[in-house]
Design a protein around this ligand. Sequence first.
Ligand code: MLT
Length: 399
Amino acid sequence: MKIKVNENYRLLEKNYLFSEVARRVARYREAHPEAKIIHLGIGDVTLPLPKVVTRAMAAAVEEMASRETFRGYAPEAGYDFLLKAIQRHYRRFGVELALGEIFTCDGAKSDVANLTELFGENLVCIPDPVYPVYLDSNLMLGREVAFLPATRENEYLPGPAELEDAVGHALEGVIIYLCSPNNPTGAVYDHAQLEEWVRFARATGSLIIFDSAYEAFVTGDFPHSIFEVEGAKACAIEVASLSKSAGFTGTRCSWTVVPEELEAGGMHLNEMWLRRQTTKFNGVPYVVQRGAEAALSPEGEAECAALVDYYRENAELMGSVFRDCGIAFTGGAQSPYLWVTCPRGMGSWEFFDWLLEDVNVVGTPGAGFGAYGEGHLRLTSFGSHEATAEACERLRRFL
Ligand code: MLT
């Protein structure tokens, strides 16, 4: 063909991280069909949807089966019943949102990646290690990226001062990605640290894209939302999801909050996002929106909390194995991920291969989350109790 392609795709790794992991596991399985592989790689939940959710979805399916209650295209940003449920959810953290600031979607991944379309040529600042979609989606557009090292020294919670150090000069108009609780390290910013980021963003005319996909795992006095910080509505967008809190990885529902006051270059980001979404997205299915509403109801929140507690127990068990074996790790307490230092000086992929081949346990190599992730491996606590216990027993034996 003689068409021109997006040359920026040359900048990407050949495969998306989790596809590469799946590819290697499939290859191993083909060669060893008898292997009893335990998957603690991709952060995919294993418990079924809360009962209140499936009941609401079943009722919605019935509605779709009748001429009187059938629904076609959904309202652009979501039905009012769901937007109001999200609004109430934020009130638990003392955050007040206008309904027009909330946009529902089929997953945080889509929104995180698609938000890049709203911006022109800015420096993009991405913590390292972090969820690979931030980097890949910016590379696809040929954006200039600066990495913000998240290391043991800064407890995996880099701040604005480190960003200026990393770049080597004063900054303005930067797009900054923050993920708290962090994927993959499990580190959580406290109020003072997020205040510092908000102060920096406002002082430099920068924008924070805050990924709160793991907010349900937060305990104690840590922020669940960037909007708990005063002034954040003038400099931040937040992406949230029901994937991990309500078991929606296969059901798909998330939302993005774009405050009305966000303005740059004489344009309102809220209006731009509405324009983008109405052009390119036709909304979350009605049945799923009813399920999401139920997940955010008081009964739903109690059922979701029980799911999170179940995964927390897994994380505790996994943590006890690494502690007993003298292997350093972070996370697991306020996050479903354990960020483990590879033993015996192994590299990330080396440890991954060893775990897969000798222990038949799948993790995610830290290097896939960024250069500073090298020497680490991420394990998820989203398995069943039985599979996690079996993996822990094997780990104890082999480590
Ligand atoms: C992860 O394992 O980091 C995520 O679950 C993958 C995703 O959400 O795309």
